[in-house]
Write a protein that binds this ligand. Structure first.
Ligand SMILES: [Zn+2]
Length: 199
């Protein structure tokens, strides 16, 4: 059967992920006041892009849009880098939260425990290093329906939420490295910058 008669193809298409050096990555994202069709479509396209690129999170800035929107899915990594989440003191079925669309998100550390683990970023492919962050965070955001989500997370979900919320404020994970650690990544960073000249 031909697909020609099925009308317009509405399947979300993957978007281009901008690389280190693109000005969008250093901008502070505008707050989303109204969740309309354009936001819903963008969120769907970002989820498809995240899967296509094998990432566990993606911020709107990484597809050139400076707004408070990010997506996360930690399920594919659940065996290697597990996550846990709680709402109102009760542990959540992680699958019911994923893929997670975070609109106007905030993250707040819970407790004093910190964890140090490897991070990478789809805007800096091939660059990885350890970053120390709060182990457990409270995440408050709106979901794609505009409902408020307020939950606590540990593991990769906590780390990914902190990484993505950083993006929405123009902060990259390499900003958490020491100058010495950053030096060894300079050749790769210069390569990304050379590729984005012209923006
Ligand atoms: Zn990133």
């Amino acid at each position: 059967m031909s697909s020609r008669n099925k009308g317009r193809d509405r399947r979300p298409k993957p978007l281009e992920v901008v690389k280190y050096g693109h000005p969008a990555l250093r901008s502070k994202g505008r707050r989303i006041e109204k969740i309309d069709d354009s936001i819903r479509t963008l969120a769907e396209e970002m989820i498809v892009t995240m899967y296509e690129e094998d990432g566990c999170g993606l911020a709107a800035h990484q597809v050139g849009r400076s707004i408070q929107l990010a997506v996360i899915d930690v399920m594919p990594a659940q065996e290697d880098r597990p996550s846990r989440a709680w709402m109102n003191g009760r542990e959540l079925e992680l699958e019911s939260l994923m893929p997670l669309v975070m609109i106007n998100p905030e993250v707040h550390p819970v407790g004093k425990e910190r964890s140090r683990e490897i991070e990478g970023c789809l805007s800096m492919p091939g660059l990885h290093d350890e970053v120390e962050r709060p182990a457990r965070v409270r995440i408050v955001c709106q979901d794609i329906d505009g409902s408020t989500l307020d939950f606590e997370a540990e593991g990769l979900l906590s780390r990914a939420a902190q990484h993505e919320v950083d993006h929405l404020h123009g902060i990259l994970f390499i900003d958490h490295l020491t100058p010495g650690e950053l030096t060894e990544h300079q050749p790769l960073l210069r390569k990304f910058q050379a590729q984005t000249i012209g923006f």
